[in-house]
Design a protein around this ligand. Structure first.
Ligand code: KG4
Ligand code: ZN
Length: 336
């Protein structure tokens, strides 16, 4: 089914079109980052208004790129949550209106399921059992993915999400929003062993994470710097990043070992991080783990991952009524 999906859960207006075989014909993203940067974070109402402004041009561009017209689309989809209520409503209402006008079905998609399954997009073998690490701005989840729609949450963060920790620490270091890519860039010139930051909950038997202690440790270190911040920033970034990467990889690999699961997937905005990708690849190679990480273009928010899940749901007969509401707090649950 040729599928058109819309993603507007936060500050990206995204439209993607996938063909019958699941290949990406178009994946357009209009980011609002410059608009929100002045406020140091996303302002919900500004985001909603901008989705409204960007929706039509992004939609038109995606159709042009895919050389398709609305009449060629067999299935419409949109993110239903989690995310900002007003922002979600724009994408949702647009996709539902198009479905209604074209007389085609609609599928509501959980944003987290989009991230979770994004490493399988374009893989002819499809969704496979794995231990999945989802690391985004709002979530840090360790999931035993047993099959499409069969997800067991094994661990999550007790406080900040990994991306949130990147953003908050970047702010402390005087770097602009969003901080993840900034820390990634600064860290390239830094020494990851310059500062010995804590690896929280590494020795705990459970699979949960905590990043608030690490954030506080960076704050204390900043109070005691003996050189100007600008001089120390690359080392601070590299050391902070190393601590996050170390905990994420160690806990994911430990769960994979415990469950005897040979495949590990990593997804969400933080999986764009160069050090995380490189260190995970090294570790997977040493331990004989089959690692799947989505290409960088599919790690941060995009509509291709939403279209992919929509196709899988449609194939399982899981269509959504047009009356269905959005849910800003939608959780990831098994569909059977
Ligand atoms: O998945 P995503 O685009 O949106 C959410 O669903 O939250 O993730 C955004 C998060 C932000 O916190 C951002 O700082 C982080 O992903 N991020 C990164 C990198 N690129 C984006 N964190 C570390 N390194 C990066 N290269
Ligand atoms: Zn996301």
């Amino acid at each position: 089914m040729t599928t058109l999906a819309i993603e507007t859960s936060c500050d990206e207006t995204a439209v993607a079109i996938l063909d019958d075989g699941g290949d990406i014909l178009a994946s357009e993203i209009a980011t609002q980052i410059d608009l929100h940067r002045a406020y140091g974070g996303v302002v919900p109402e500004v985001a909603s208004r901008n989705h409204l402004l960007k929706m039509r041009p992004v939609l038109t561009k995606a159709l042009e790129k895919a050389e398709a017209s609305l009449a060629n689309i067999d299935l419409f989809a949109a993110t239903a949550g989690p995310g900002l209520a007003g922002a979600l409503l724009i994408g949702n209402t647009t996709a539902k209106s198009l479905a209604l006008a074209q007389g085609k079905p609609f599928v509501a998609v959980n944003h987290l399921e989009g991230h979770l399954l994004s490493p399988f997009l374009g893989d002819p073998r499809g969704v496979r059992p794995s231990v999945a690490l989802v690391v985004s701005g709002g979530h840090t989840l360790l999931i035993h993915l047993r099959a499409f729609g069969d997800y067991h949450l094994c661990g999550q963060t007790r406080d900040d999400a990994a991306g949130e920790a990147f953003d908050k620490v970047a702010k402390m270091l005087g770097l602009p929003y969003p901080g993840g890519p900034e820390i990634d860039r600064e860290a390239q010139a830094g020494d990851p062993r310059a500062y010995d930051f804590p690896r929280s909950m590494l020795s705990h038997g459970n699979h949960d994470f905590s990043f608030s202690g690490l954030k506080t440790a960076v704050l204390y270190t900043l109070d005691k710097l003996d050189r100007p911040l600008e001089d120390c920033r690359p080392d601070l970034c590299a050391s902070f990043q190393e601590a996050v990467v170390d905990v994420l990889i160690t806990k994911t690999v430990r769960l994979a070992r415990e469950l005897g699961e040979p495949c590990v997937t990593v997804s969400g905005g933080v999986s764009c991080n160069r050090r995380l990708r490189e260190a995970f690849q090294d570790r997977a190679q040493r331990e004989g783990i089959h690692l799947l990480i989505a290409p960088p273009s599919l790690t941060t928010d995009n509509a291709a991952m939403i279209a992919y899940v929509a196709q899988l749901k449609a194939a399982h007969g899981q269509f959504s009524p047009l009356e269905e509401d959005v849910d800003p707090n939608l959780r990831l649950s098994s569909s059977h």
